[in-house]
Ligand binder design. Structure first.
Ligand code: PLP
Length: 445
């Protein structure tokens, strides 16, 4: 196949880009390329329309190439491309922080910018450790993550994360981490709509971990309120409440990694809002600016900010951390425009209103060949397939490829098909996604 950039006519070589989280040889033998996007759709270089059932990578929540966001980035690029964020500021960076704080839970109005979810996760862990140090408990350095958790790919996030394949090649990475067990319980909870009934007691494991290390050594627990990348694991009813209570009992900070759940995915600004649980720190990225320019953020309880900032002598840098691109003007302009668009179009409410229809549609796949579980909440669903004997993840990869050939982009992790469409999706488009998957499942061995 002759490949070229349809916009420039330049011939493409696939050799040089060593692609991330991709089966490079398999992909390059039969590449799937996207060259244009608008609203709910992508187009391949040959002009074939692909319905986006994954919001890119759980991130384009307002739909693609939305005019107000595009124009805000264009304006900012022409006005001021870059400005340093260390000891110098820029108006659009402050506006972006204010826009994020406006939808953050009460009392969580301090925003630290990074450039990705991975950077947000590592920033949050450093912030938790710095907080305890500032309040006179410097021994609190252990971070507790959870099996099947995903907190990106930097050293801290990989270590606190709990996806074996992501960790096994790299050794311990970061000292002082421990893990809760995953909340996934297929035997008791398969085909649950919304929050599973069983599993709140898995949070009690934190007591065992506290007994092992002693609370005086533990800085924070980091979990995704709804685990996305490991295959859409919805928290059992009462689980997050228990986790919060045990953290409170032992003075441990609770970090919610909301890189996927932030900004409307569950039909509320944050999972914290949807589940009515107040974490101490929230990490976010992706939909913060509709993924139009890389951006991540850590939202802290005001008291965490005040303890670190007010605890240092005047005129000294209080939190020795930050990135060249923290609050980058183009990313910040996209944040302001995106948050305005979310509010104007009430997209978080729209996701909540669409949830019952989406739920009904995805659960209609129960009974199709090889489907062993379906789980959902907000505009997220996971469809778990029985792995092929001796070939884990191949059945879902085949489903992904066949759906792409049939004009629908779905994501897969292991043998789980994950759906997370833009919040602007229409009912007929939900039907098209589900019927495409049904057709593909019927043909898959
Ligand atoms: C919960 C969570 N945390 C962190 C990350 C990492 O984000 P990034 O790929 O922007 O570094 C992701 C990415 O999917 C995520 O889902």
């Amino acid at each position: 196949m002759k490949l070229e950039n349809p916009h420039t006519g330049t011939a493409l070589s696939l050799e040089e880009w060593w692609m991330p989280f991709t089966a490079n040889r398999h992909f390059k033998a039969a590449p799937r390329l996207l060259a244009k996007a608008e609203g709910m759709f992508y187009w391949t270089p040959e002009g074939r329309e692909i319905l986006d059932a994954t919001s890119g990578l759980w991130c384009v929540n307002a739909g693609h190439c939305r005019k107000p966001i595009v124009e805000a980035i264009q304006r900012q690029a022409a006005t001021m491309d870059y400005a340093p964020p260390f000891n110098v500021g820029h108006p659009i960076g402050f506006e972006a922080a204010t826009a994020v704080a406006a939808v953050a839970p009460a009392g969580m109005k301090r925003v630290f910018f990074a450039n990705s979810g991975s950077e947000a996760a590592d920033t949050a862990m450093k912030m938790a450790i710095a907080y305890h140090r500032a309040r006179g408990e410097p021994a609190r350095r252990i971070i507790v993550g959870r099996e099947r958790g995903y907190h990106g790919v930097n050293i801290g996030g990989t270590a606190a994360g709990g996806i074996p394949g992501n960790r096994k090649a790299y050794g311990p990475l970061m000292a002082g981490v421990d893990h809760l067990r995953s909340t996934h319980d297929l035997a008791r909870n398969a085909f649950t709509k919304g929050q599973p009934a069983h599993g709140a007691e898995f949070a009690d494991e934190l007591e065992r971990i506290v007994a092992l290390h002693d609370a005086s050594n533990i800085a924070a627990v980091i979990v995704e309120p709804m685990a996305g990348s490991a295959g859409v694991l919805i928290p059992p009813t009462g689980y997050l409440e228990k986790l919060r209570a045990i953290c409170d009992k032992h003075g441990i900070l609770l970090i919610f990694d909301e890189v996927i759940t932030g900004f409307g995915r569950l039909g509320a600004p944050f999972a914290a809002t949807r589940f009515n649980i107040k974490p101490d720190i929230i990490t976010c990225a992706k939909a913060i600016n509709n993924a139009a320019v890389p951006m991540g953020a850590v939202i802290a309880r005001n008291e965490i900010h005040d303890t670190i900032v007010n605890g240092a002598p005047d005129g000294t840098i209080e939190f020795l951390h930050g990135y060249t691109y923290s609050g980058h003007p183009l990313a910040a302009a996209a944040v302001v425009a995106t948050q305005k668009l979310f509010a104007e179009e009430k997209l978080f409410d729209r996701a909540r209103q669409m949830e019952p229809y989406f739920e009904q549609a995805v659960h209609s796949l129960k009974g199709e060949r090889n489907v062993i579980d379906i789980r959902n909440m907000g505009l997220v669903a996971g469809i778990e397939l029985e792995p092929r004997p001796g070939a884990p993840a191949r059945r879902a990869l085949d489903a992904h490829i066949k759906c792409f050939e049939a004009g629908v982009l779905v994501r897969f992790t292991a043998d789980i098909i994950a759906l997370s469409p833009p919040l602007i999706i229409e009912k007929a488009q939900i039907d098209r996604v589900v019927e495409t998957i049904r057709g593909v499942l019927k043909t898959l061995d």
